[in-house]
Design a protein. Structure first.
Length: 398
């Protein structure tokens, strides 16, 4: 590019530089590639002696040197002794803080000047911005005093604006990609968790034990009990198959399912626990909708813990309080002393029981349900676990 004695540029040649820069960075997809292209193939053609391009580290409130032209770039794509400047410090840091470009005619008279590799008397600093945010700074220096003009400023502001648009595009695309990958991971985990919950509900051990109990009633000539439990078991299976892919369920259907489930579990474990279900409605529409399968998973964990820990007996009380916005579920459970006549035994299938708190965590992440939980444990003498209370606040999704 030709420059006259007043440091003025040929307009046509400057337009050529801009067109080249825009074309060159079009297919670049990293910040480093764009900044090095800006330094080596754009700033270099402006006949500047030295240029360093910074990016703002918003987390640490600093400016980091990322690319350069001149003494700071001795070869290839390397920086000579890169430095970090705090936002607000020095001329460069001030421009990063204010977002206002500056021309310094004599740096020796400006106390903000920070010496990097060697003293230069002229400096021009232009922020790289997007959507009102400073992303970085283009900082150029020259050994002569009063070197930079308003035309230099206009040129660098134009270049910085193009660079800011491209950097913002890359960051936006990267953020969207990261969010999509995070969402996909969460959704995959949620499907796996839901499948695990379904598998635990349809576990062969549970199914076979239930069928064996029904068979016992048949062989004992207690046909009425056998038919009743077979009816409950078939309803439970149909409920699982019908609602497996659903995200929400009516509270009345969920309570019916819990009743069937608890009846079967009580039969399966030879009446080693008792239960009650109570509903209180504070709204005109008492049939709320809640996320599927959370409550059964919670109760399953309580029952299996009671049996696995060899408790003599468990009392489980479930209270539902319904409002227009929420469904509060209070689960209060109490265990009697550990039965000493049995040894602890953990069947393999119990290891596969889905954790109800994991379900809540995943639902809050994927659906933004804001489910709140409170867990309080009870202990007796010698710190023996005696029960507890779980309070869930579920959204009313009706």
């Amino acid at each position: 590019m030709k420059i006259n004695k007043n440091n003025r540029f040929d307009t046509d040649q400057f337009e050529e530089i801009l067109i080249y820069f825009i074309t060159s960075i079009h297919n670049k997809n990293t910040e480093e590639a764009i900044l090095w292209d800006l330094a080596k193939n754009c700033i270099s053609k402006l006949d500047f002696k030295d240029c360093v391009i910074y990016l703002v580290d918003s987390h640490n409130k600093t400016l980091i040197q990322k690319a350069a032209y001149g003494p700071k770039n001795p070869k290839d794509y390397e920086l000579y002794k890169p430095v970090t400047i705090a936002v607000g410090k020095g001329i460069t840091g001030t421009v990063a803080l204010t977002g206002t470009p500056e021309i310094i005619a004599d740096t020796s008279a400006d106390p903000r000047y920070i010496l990097d590799d060697e003293m230069r008397f002229s400096e021009i600093c232009v922020p790289i911005m997007a959507n009102g945010e400073v992303l970085g700074v283009i900082d150029c220096e020259h050994p002569e005093k009063n070197y930079y003009t308003n035309q230099h400023l206009r040129i660098l502001k134009t270049i910085a604006s193009i660079c800011g648009i491209k950097l913002n595009q890359i960051r936006t695309e990267k953020r969207i990609k990261t969010e999509q990958e995070k969402l996909l991971k969460i959704q995959t985990e949620m499907v796996a968790l839901k499948l695990k919950a379904f598998q635990s509900q349809m576990n062969p051990h549970f199914v076979f034990n239930t069928l064996n109990a029904i068979q016992y009633f048949i062989t004992s000539d207690e046909k009425v009990k056998a038919l009743n439990y077979l009816s409950v078991f078939s309803k439970l299976i149909r409920y699982y198959l019908k609602n497996f892919e659903k995200e929400t369920i009516s509270l009345s259907d969920e309570i019916a399912m819990l009743t069937w489930y608890l009846r079967l579990q009580k039969l399966r474990y030879d009446k080693r626990f008792e239960y009650t279900l109570n509903t209180v409605s504070n709204s005109t529409n008492s049939d709320a909708r809640i996320p599927c399968f959370i409550l059964q998973t919670l109760l399953e964990n309580i029952i299996e813990f009671s049996v696995f820990s060899n408790k003599d007996h468990a009392d489980i009380n479930i209270d539902f309080k319904i409002s227009e916005e929420n469904v509060q579920v209070d689960v209060d459970f109490n265990f009697k002393n550990t039965h000493t006549g049995k040894t602890n035994y953990l069947p393999e299938y119990r290891k596969e029981i889905s954790k109800w708190q994991d379900q809540i965590r995943m639902l809050n992440l994927t659906k933004d349900y804001n489910i709140k939980k409170k867990v309080a444990l009870k202990t007796k003498v010698k710190k023996e676990f005696a029960g507890g209370q779980v309070v869930l606040c579920l959204p009313n999704l009706i």
